[in-house]
Design a protein around this ligand. Structure first.
Ligand SMILES: [Zn+2]
Length: 86
């Protein structure tokens, strides 16, 4: 079981931290007994974020393919109308 390097306590908690910049959201993993910072991590579940991004990209891909097919059909239709004898 992981232990705090300062006091050997074995319970930890996520704590908000203040950084000099706001570019990234980060939180500290701290010992519950002495507040020693054990590690820094992002407050998000990266795997879930990637899964959600993949679904959004796939959805955008479907929309883009539909748009390309539609504009292609319109171009073909316009070309046929221009070729038809008057
Ligand atoms: Zn500790």
């Amino acid at each position: 079981m992981p232990k705090c390097p300062k006091c050997s306590h074995d319970k930890f908690a996520i704590e908000d931290i203040t950084l000099d910049h706001d570019e990234y959201d980060l939180v500290a993993i701290c010992c519950q007994a002495c507040d020693c910072i054990i590690g820094i991590t992002e407050p998000y579940n990266i795997a879930l974020s990637v899964k959600n991004l993949r679904a959004e990209v796939q959805s955008l891909g479907k929309i883009l393919r539909s748009y390309v097919e539609l504009t292609s059909l319109r171009s073909q239709s316009a070309a046929k109308q221009n070729q038809a004898p008057g």
